[in-house]
Write a protein that binds this ligand. Structure first.
Ligand code: ADP
Ligand code: MG
Length: 248
């Protein structure tokens, strides 16, 4: 196989701000130009260290999702470099990149993307497909993950039988059932009322406190302001990073 992927590290609360973990995501002058010629991301440089909880903020169309997709290896840059967990994305085949992504990165989206005909349990268990884990163990792990997001009594409910907040918590359980090192959330509270949104944010905080590195795109200034680091984007360029200049 290729480069070794580092194993789990101690929880974030074992570290001080000046003693943060290794880089888990690094973009170096990464640009993305879509077919048609629009440059949605323009020479973005950004480093995220293990254990961080980062808000990505900016107006609609500013390039936030494009940035998150590069960070999550869902897309490749048109120019510049992206490194995720020590892998130079350009050096990996699509197949190898998918394997790294499936093992180490969990995604949460505004629209949940749950399978409508599957129960919460089966939706979450599907987060363990291709992990070499048998069916009954997948269901056990899924039940545990749903317990952890407060949905232990909703295992057999289908998405239409869940509230918006419960659907998003199910999606979070699916994202983390494989114990990823990185969770990337694209407007996870965008479709929720404020109380459900607050519960989702609290879940992300809890995950982060247990050691998961998290980046969350948000439109909500209150949410962004409550997170330890904010990266703002305008017109495809990173304009401000509240962590930049901090001694590492
Ligand atoms: P945000 O998430 O901040 O709203 P996006 O990263 O989704 O912004 O989009 C940035 C710009 O890139 C927008 O102008 C958008 O229309 C364009 N864009 C996004 N995805 C594509 C795509 N797949 N093909 C062409 N243009 C795209
Ligand atoms: Mg977006």
């Amino acid at each position: 196989g290729g480069p070794a992927v580092p194993g789990p590290t101690p929880p974030a609360d074992d570290r001080r701000a000046d003693d943060r973990g290794a880089d888990v995501i690094a973009l170096h002058h990464a640009s993305k130009t879509y077919p048609g010629g629009l440059t949605a991301l323009d020479r973005a440089s950004l480093t995220i260290r293990e254990g961080e909880l980062v808000a990505i903020v900016g107006p609609s169309g500013s390039g936030k999702s494009t940035l998150l997709n590069l960070m999550g290896t869902l897309d490749r840059p048109s120019s510049g470099h992206v490194e995720v967990l020590g892998h130079d994305v350009a050096a990996l085949s699509d197949r190898r990149l998918s394997a790294v992504r499936a093992r180490w990165i969990g995604f949460v989206f505004q629209q949940f993307f749950l399978s409508p005909h599957l129960t919460a349990l089966d939706n979450v268990a599907n987060g363990l497909l291709y992990h070499g884990i048998g069916h009954s163990r997948r269901r056990d792990r899924a039940a545990e993950a749903l317990e952890r997001v407060g949905l232990g009594k909703r295992l057999d409910h289908r998405p239409h039988e869940l509230s918006g907040g419960e659907r998003q918590r199910t999606a979070i359980a699916r994202a983390v059932v494989s114990r990823p090192r990185i969770v990337l959330a694209d407007e996870p509270t965008g479709a929720l009322d404020s109380a459900s949104g607050a519960a989702v944010v609290q879940l992300l905080r809890d995950l982060n406190a247990q050691g998961t590195t998290i980046a969350v795109i948000t439109h909500d200034p209150q949410l962004a302001g409550s997170l330890p680091r904010r990266v703002s984007i305008l017109d495809g360029r990173i304009r401000h990073d509240s962590m930049a200049g901090t001694a590492a």
